[in-house]
Write a protein that binds this ligand. Structure first.
Ligand code: 1GP
Length: 254
């Protein structure tokens, strides 16, 4: 049997009610020592998927980071790009993000046109993703860099309509993000409204710092949670979260 593609894996988990946990690696903050620490703490093996990237990377560390990860884990490595400059052929897949919460044509379609011929020549799996920025209590790097206004946190119906439009346009995943280091994660109310509005897998990230918050979001209907800052601050957090996830998934499939 052919192995499942990454999109098929995400869709399979979504249809089976299996929740997922993704470790976000920021190449600017990742080196050999951090890699060793994460290995000791079993962080890579605790993740279902690994995202690499961010909206602003000051060092040219993408290639080095992916090479290091590839040496130590077989988990799917997915590029989370800030622009068409962040393509690296060593990864397994790339989130082909269209920033559907914004009205910046460059991030809706412009960067994609530049990236398309490069991606066509690569073996990277393309994951067409409707990316929605949601207000998270303070201006995050991504809202500044993208020059877009995030969706209001207290208007879940606007987020729901945006996700619906993304699904109708044929996008395969919806990623709602309060932005890296957000003060407030996306509310369970918004997640549950998204869940009722689309049948696509839903990815949620930004500002998730506690196990309680993560459980709330999974229960509200998120399929995958993306954790970056909280692991950088306390690398043991990821394992604790993964243990909770194992419990939840066991309950779901029992
Ligand atoms: C950011 O969704 C990710 O784009 C993760 O955010 O770093 O706040 O966990 P954090």
């Amino acid at each position: 049997m052919m192995p499942l593609s990454i999109l098929q894996q995400i869709e399979y988990r979504h249809k089976s009610g299996l929740k997922s946990l993704t470790l976000l690696i920021d190449p600017d903050k990742f080196d050999e020592a951090t890699c060793q620490l994460y290995l000791q703490l079993n962080a890579f093996e605790s993740a279902n998927f690994i995202f690499v990237g961010g909206s602003l990377m000051v060092g040219a560390n993408m290639g080095k980071t992916i090479a290091l990860l590839k040496k130590h884990t077989t988990k799917p490595i997915i590029i989370f790009p800030g622009s068409s400059m962040h393509i690296d052929f060593q990864a397994d897949a790339i989130l082909f993000l269209s920033l559907i919460s914004g009205r910046n044509a460059d991030l809706l379609i412009g960067q994609h046109v530049i990236a398309a011929p490069i991606l066509k020549k690569s073996n990277l799996e393309i994951l067409p993703t409707g990316y929605m920025l949601v207000e998270g209590g303070k201006q995050t790097t991504v809202s500044y860099i993208s020059n877009t206004t995030p969706l209001p946190a207290d208007k879940p119906e606007v987020a729901a309509c945006t996700a619906m439009a993304g699904e109708m346009l044929g996008l395969k995943l919806i990623y709602a993000d309060a932005g890296s280091g957000a003060e407030k994660a996306i509310s369970p109310k918004m997640v549950s409204m998204l869940r009722k509005s689309v049948s696509l897998p839903i990815i949620i990230g930004g500002g998730i710092k506690t196990v309680e918050k993560a459980v709330e979001l999974w229960r509200a209907g998120a399929d995958m949670l993306v954790i970056g800052n909280a692991v950088e601050e306390d690398p043991t957090f990821f394992r604790v979260l993964a243990q909770k996830l194992a419990e939840i998934n066991h309950q779901e499939i029992a």
